[in-house]
Design a protein around this ligand. Sequence first.
Ligand code: ADP
Ligand code: MG
Length: 301
Amino acid sequence: MKIAILSRKESLYSTRRLVEAGQSRGHEMQVIDPLRCYMNITPHNPSMHYRGEVLEGVDAVIPRIGASITFYGTAVVRQFEMMGTYSVNESVAITRSRDKLRSLQLLARKGIGLAVTGYAHSTKYTSDLIQMVGGAPLVVKLLEGTQGIGVVLAETNKAAESVIEAFRGLDAEILVQEFIREANGSDIRCFVVGGKVVASMMRKGKEGEFRSNLHRGGTGTSIKITPEERSTAVRAAQIMGLNVAGVDMLRSNHGPVVMEVNSSPGLEGIETYTGKDVAGTVIEFIEKSAKPNQTRTRGRG
Ligand code: ADP
Ligand code: MG
């Protein structure tokens, strides 16, 4: 098969590993920078151009769209879908997963365990918003933040109010969330491929840090998850419509609570800490699933 990885950089660990895993299974792998793709929007024969040439014969794409290029990146994925090219994660699902509020609403609707979360546009009723989610300590999050940036712990109601007002003063959209103290600065990342958890790790924030993100200095270990955690991860990925997903959850006193579902989960941490060939499982899944015109949404949405 000819498989294109939509990624800005060939040298990124995840991109390199997918290329390697594909090549070792006899596939032709090509890394394509989505920002250098351009396309013609037409009802007949939509096409994709890349660096001055028509891009043809691609059987499947693996979108690795960074948060900062979601808008253009998902348009590129959508064009591939319109052309009938299989995309391992569909554009609509990627867009969904990038908006934390929308994601949490979708997960809540299906009864997935979540931390109590509040959301408001106006700062007029901030103290009531804080009470609504149970009062301090609280976590305040930028709606489109990533890698732990824009996630703040407010220990008191007064601090929470100031942080909320500061973010809103900058016109940032935010969530306010119950702080799951018992998670102890750790979270669980389940890597889901095709409806199965193929690897999972526990991440722990560095000393004195409640955010467990590896980008914030956290470290990981391979762990055995509970059946409840496994089914929560699988269901969360399925609700988001993602074939490949990194589902993050916290161990709370009342079972697993999902934090977020990532549509371009990194491979470096999970492969390093679990020793598993996760890239290989992604390629295997594509081998089983990629057929022309198989993306369910075919560029809709
Ligand atoms: P990002 O998209 O920036 O990674 P997250 O929502 O995943 O944002 O939050 C980053 C980290 O902060 C989580 O992995 C978790 O360790 C910690 N965290 C986030 N929300 C809470 C919460 N409500 N209670 C306890 N810890 C939290
Ligand atoms: Mg996270």
